[in-house]
Every structure is written in C-alpha cells, then in structure tokens.
Design a protein around this ligand. Structure first.
Ligand code: SF4
Length: 322
C-alpha cells in the first residue's frame, strides 16, 4: 500500500493586480505518494508553476495563497509561520530545481561556495566538510568534482542544470519540485539531464513533481499525471490513463499536437484559440470557448471531477451526471 506524502486540498493562489484578481490556481487538489513522480502539465499560464511556488511557499507578490490546505507528512504546512517553514521544511523536506539554471545560480560565487553553503547552513558543517560533501554530489550528477572551483559562466547549460539537481538533493529531501528543468536546453542535453533525474529518483526514492508543458518529457518519468487548464486540474490519473486513454477534450488536444516519429504521417492537430484571461475566466467549464464537444451545460455550470475508472479523474460534463 502506497504511503501518502502530500495532500493538496482546494489550493487557491490569487494575484492582486491593478487589472483585477488573477485566479492563477483555483481550487486545485491532488495527492502525491512517497517515491512517486507526478507530472504537472499544461500550457503556459495554466497555474502549474504557481502551484509549485505555493507548495514551496515562494509565491512572489502580488500573489497570495488565499485558500486550501497542503498537508505534508501529516502537517498542514500553510499553517506554519514563514520562519518555521524555512527552518523545518524548505530544502530539508521540500526542495526545488528552478526554471533556468542560468539565473538561479549566483554568477559571482564559485559552484563550490554555493553548494557548500547548503551544508553549512542546514547541517552546521565546517567549510572543509561541506566542500567534501559537495564534491560527492557533483560526482553523483556526472560532473568532475574539480568543477567546484568553477564559476557558473564556465559551465555549459546542461552542467549548470545538473548542479541545480545536485543542490536540490543535497539534504536528501522526500520531495523535489522540478520546474521546467530542461527548458532552454537542446534535446541531447535535455535527455542527459532527464537521465540523471530518473537515476537519482530511483536511487534516493525521492518524490518528484515535474512541471512542464512538454508531455513527451513527462511520459519518460511520471507515475501519475495532472493536466492543468486555466488554474484548474482537468484530468488526473496514472501515466497509462493519460497517454493511452485520455478523456478530457483538452488532454486529447494536447496529445494530438505532439509530432509522432512512427506510424502514418498525418497533419498535426492543434487546439484553436488561446487560454482565457484569468481576471475574468469564462463561466462554467473554462475550456468551453475552445472545445469542439461543448454542449448545453458547459458555459453555465462548472463540471465536477468524476472518476471514470479507478484512479482516473476527469472534470468534464461529457462524463458527469446532472
Ligand atoms: Fe468541453 Fe463541456 Fe467537457 Fe468543457 S465540460 S471540456 S466544454 S465537453
């Protein structure tokens, strides 16, 4: 029986802007088991990164978490003070591989200084001990420990991203959030970084939330997949459910827009229209202005999440009883 590591229940994170309230994450719920990889996918602006920043409590202003619970190892981490969260949870229990290693690493500090700091602050190690631990971590992600003396600009994009992975795993946290970890890398380096992540996930049995707009990347590593659209999860299930038996029209549209390298050559499909403005999202199902299956209730009432097969959930009126 799988052990639940984290339950996100009815999470709401809004941004209070001059134009109005942007409901970036609006009533999002999911469960993550220990050692499991969850892929969080959707178009830009669907709320996947804001969900991640809410979990690690780094939502930038003017954003605020305004509702819901995040129960991690039995404790609601949204009820902790910022100080308590920083001391007990961030980096020790939940760490993050940030989008764009280029900007996430400090350009004026050597890799060694940046990595050693994690051990010195959180484990009270001396600089010498911290550098020894950092050297082991670098080898683990396939980088020569001599590189501890290098500065970020002396490393390639893939190496920098592997340094970020090493830093996220430094304190052996039960959960790592990887926010678009391979964006801006070419496909060969992307594959190397994903292989490192997969290997370490197996070795350390760490849970990962992998955030990406690239469904083919999620297919390589995820046990479960959540598809987000306009601040909400519209489909959730195992990787087999989502890839072999997608049910939500949005999920089907996303999968149909991935080029195939095998089988009959067909014209690529796309989803017409653009995601809605989250200051004033459409009434009812937020996908209805773009959906070719929409019918009578879709622009009036929000569809409930229904279980279409064990463990496979869809928020669409095609499957819900009224
Ligand atoms: Fe389409 Fe209606 Fe389902 Fe929304 S609820 S995805 S509009 S069929």
């Amino acid at each position: 029986m799988s052990e639940v590591l984290m339950r996100v229940e009815g999470l709401k994170t809004y941004f209070y802007t001059a134009r109005g309230i942007v409901k970036a994450v609006d009533n999002v719920s999911f469960t993550l088991n220990r050692g499991e990889v969850l892929g969080l996918a959707g178009e830009s602006g669907c709320g996947k990164s804001t969900t991640a920043y809410s979990i690690i409590r780094l939502v930038p202003p003017p954003g605020r978490i305004v509702g819901g619970r995040i129960v991690f190892e039995g404790q609601d981490i949204l009820k902790m003070s910022s100080e308590e969260y920083r001391r007990k949870i961030r980096w020790k229990k939940i760490s993050m591989i940030f989008q764009g290693a280029m900007n996430a690493l400090n350009p004026v500090l050597s890799i060694g200084d940046q990595m050693a700091e994690v051990f010195m602050i959180h484990k009270g190690m001396s600089k010498k001990e911290a550098l020894e631990e950092s050297a082991k971590l670098l080898s683990m992600v396939g980088i020569d420990p001599k590189r501890l003396r290098s500065y970020p600009h002396e490393l390639s994009g893939g190496m920098k991203q592997r340094v970020m992975i090493a830093m996220a795993l430094a304190l052996n946290p039960p959960l790592v959030i990887a926010d678009e970890p391979t964006t801006a890398l070419d496909v060969v380096v992307q594959a190397q970084v994903m292989n490192v992540l997969k290997k370490l996930q197996k070795e350390y049995k760490v849970s990962i939330i992998l955030i990406t707009h690239d469904l083919s990347l999620i297919a390589e590593i995820a046990d479960k997949v959540a598809i987000m659209y306009a601040g909400k999860i519209v489909e959730f299930g195992t990787a087999e459910h989502i890839y072999l038996n997608p049910q939500h029209p949005y999920t089907r549209g996303l999968l149909a827009s991935i080029p195939r390298i095998r089988g009959e050559i067909k014209k690529l499909e796309w989803i017409p229209g653009i995601p809605p403005d989250l200051v004033a999202p459409p009434r009812g199902c937020r996908f209805h202005p773009r959906c070719k299956y929409k019918f009578e209730p879709c622009d009036k009432e929000e569809p409930p999440m229904v279980e279409v097969e064990p463990g496979h959930y869809v928020a669409c009126w095609l499957y819900a009883k009224r």
